[in-house]
Design a protein around this ligand. Sequence first.
Ligand code: FNR
Length: 189
Amino acid sequence: MHSPAMDHISMLAMAGSQRRRSFNGALLRAALERAPAGVVCREFDPSCLPFYDGDVEAAGDPDTVAELKTAVHAADLVLLVTPEYNAGLPAVLKNAVDWGSRPPRPQAWDGKPVAIMGATPGRLGTALAQRALRESLTGLNAHVMPQPRILLGGAGTLFDEDLSLTDAATAERLDKFMAAAAEWARRFR
Ligand code: FNR
């Protein structure tokens, strides 16, 4: 029997660190492994984008920028996994937000369901980075999932040498987060 609730959700996932041993990259992979049935995931690497520059834009979107805009437009849900740098979000992720906010209208974030998470070895779990990211996206009329939140502090103790998630409590929270994110996306379809 066809049920709208079972329709698939296409999710675009981006991490704000491309560091080889990035905790946020590891968190993103753990989240994708826990995506509920019916969620189809695609990753986008924001470090492939040039830094936003109005002159570059005026000459026509570079291919990677066009790819980002198309991918965000096409996604039912965007998952952003952010490190915290100096009480804010990394430039590479903000740059993706900025390019996505540019014409043609409607810009890519307008009305887009977004889920945010982040990891840090520090204690506050990227609270400030997530707040900054949430504020930018809300200003762009994205629908940022309010709850549950994943603010992962002490990240150095939660993954093994291969950066696989070993902490059972975090795994359980991730399961709930990913299920909630899929439901969040369905609300806006
Ligand atoms: C950091 N780090 C950091 N951590 C934090 O919790 N709050 C902060 O404000 C900052 N500030 C900061 C600035 C800069 C420039 C760097 C390089 C790092 C530490 C950061 O959380 C840590 O390096 C993470 O491991 C980065 O994420 P990935 O690369 O592991 O995903």
